[in-house]
Design a protein around this ligand. Sequence first.
Ligand SMILES: NC(=O)c1ccc[n+]([C@@H]2O[C@H](COP(=O)([O-])OP(=O)(O)OC[C@H]3O[C@@H](n4cnc5c(N)ncnc54)[C@H](OP(=O)(O)O)[C@@H]3O)[C@@H](O)[C@H]2O)c1
Length: 209
Amino acid sequence: MYPHVILSCAMSIDGKIGKKGEQVLLSNRQDLDRVHNLRGNADAIMVGINTVITDNPQLTARQGGKNPVRVIVDSNARLPVKANVLTEPGEVILAVSNGASRDRLITLKKNHPGLKMVATGDRMVNLKNLLMNLYERGIKVVLLEGGGALNHSMLEGGFINEMYITLVPVVLGEGIALFNGKAPVSAKPHLEGIIQHGDQVVLHYSVPR
Ligand SMILES: NC(=O)c1ccc[n+]([C@@H]2O[C@H](COP(=O)([O-])OP(=O)(O)OC[C@H]3O[C@@H](n4cnc5c(N)ncnc54)[C@H](OP(=O)(O)O)[C@@H]3O)[C@@H](O)[C@H]2O)c1
């Protein structure tokens, strides 16, 4: 069994969610409130390691309540010891591949004894095994918050059930696509609704498995 996975992201009208190595703020206040509301209803938030390195997010639910578990997908244990995700209260699960450096894992564990680790996959994290592991830990709803590479792998694997995509009227030019991968994906999202927040539009899709 897998958790129910909801993707949430803000995207420019030229289909980009960010720029390589640079933090870009796309959501307006209402959209941020919407994201925090989704976080408050999720058991876990899941992000790729490049997002942690670029944005250094806290990944907390600011509208009160318990922080969801933070899951970081990081094959080679590149997670910086001083990352904000490690300093906020709440559980953090670092998903690595079996090839991750032992020294890096020991350093991270020494600095953050509460950090949980899941090792699966040879070169990259095996998302199917990770999701089954999360489900067994009682995580039934996962909010997927990017970035583009992780979004692509998750959609390609058939693991996404719902998507909230906020369309922001800016053109970022060269950048990271919402689904940043080489292969086309055969998923057929179904439009469930449209919400307008000022000049931003949230597209809500369900994704049949
Ligand atoms: N606008 C928004 O809503 C939003 C939300 C989130 C992020 N972003 C932006 O997105 C950008 C980061 O996106 P990104 O595409 O570069 O990186 P990403 O998706 O955050 O992280 C991708 C990395 O995760 C690791 N990984 C491990 N197993 C994986 C697997 N099975 N599938 C995919 N990745 C796996 C890989 O690195 P290793 O091989 O080293 O493990 C991979 O390079 C940042 O600029 C950030 O600001 C925007």
